[in-house]
Design a binder for this molecule. Structure first.
Ligand SMILES: Nc1ncnc2c1ncn2[C@@H]1O[C@H](COP(=O)(O)OP(=O)(O)O)[C@@H](O)[C@H]1O
Ligand SMILES: [Mg+2]
Length: 222
């Protein structure tokens, strides 16, 4: 069965403009890894916002695990919370995700919100710091880190929640070669672990090494 299903959705930001997504359909089954490609402005970030319930199409249907995801769905608090727990979203711009006083606090925040025991929170922080060799930065303010460091902290924060779906918006952009290579390996391990992944990228190696399929988006005309 499809875990993610968009059926003929149309989305536009402004009514006077052509839709960013028009009659757009896609599916992903559990455990699938999709590379999402397309030029700047093709709608990759818009698609990801819709999949995360941050934007809503004007027509068409979004189903996650068989359940319709629309404005009404998010009025049901328990279901909405569960939905957000199942999907981890790395924003293209990590600045919007980082608001804690230290990297350590940033990684602890989500697990604490989940209500995990403090010993489990600490274990997840330790594991996620280690994944990216972030220990030297643990007590630094995320706000003052470099762009590539912020991206790693933001992804570590997503992984600290251990979601089953990972929606990653240009995770490799702006990373140095060593970090990029490490992240490619990590993403491969997550894929092996059975995560469902949608990754917006311009990186052909990511597509070739990881993707089961490529979804190519086209910028709207006009
Ligand atoms: N908040 C917004 N308001 C109006 N237009 C937007 C907004 N965000 C994106 N767009 C427009 O929607 C189109 C798709 O953008 P986006 O989804 O960010 O593409 P991509 O991520 O593929 O570069 C672009 O033409 C962009 O200018
Ligand atoms: Mg984008």
């Amino acid at each position: 069965m499809n875990l993610i299903e968009l059926e003929a959705i149309t989305f536009r930001y402004q009514s006077a403009e052509p839709p960013v997504l028009r009659d757009f359909s896609m599916t992903a089954t559990a455990g699938e890894c999709l590379a999402v490609e397309g030029d700047n402005g093709a709608g990759k970030t818009t698609l990801f916002r819709i999949l995360n319930g941050l934007s809503f199409p004007e027509s068409g249907v979004y189903r996650f695990d068989g359940v319709g995801i629309d404005r009404a769905f998010f009025k049901k608090q328990a279901a909405a919370k569960r939905f957000h727990q199942r999907i981890g979203y790395l924003f293209q711009n990590p600045d919007v995700m980082l608001f804690n006083a230290s990297v350590r606090e940033e990684l602890a925040f989500g697990p604490r919100q989940l209500g995990l025991a403090e010993s489990e929170v600490e274990a997840r922080v330790r594991d996620c710091l280690a994944l990216f060799d972030l220990e030297p930065l643990a007590d630094r303010a995320p706000y003052h880190l470099s762009g590539g460091q912020k991206k790693q902290v933001a992804l570590a924060a997503v992984l600290s929640l251990n979601p089953e779906v990972l929606i990653l918006d240009e995770p490799l952009a702006g990373l140095d070669r060593k970090t990029r290579a490490r992240l490619l390996t990590l993403l491969g391990e997550l894929r092996q672990a059975g995560k469902t992944m949608l990754i917006a990228t311009h990186d052909p190696e990511l597509r070739d090494r990881l993707a089961d399929r490529t979804l190519a988006l086209q910028a709207p005309e006009g």
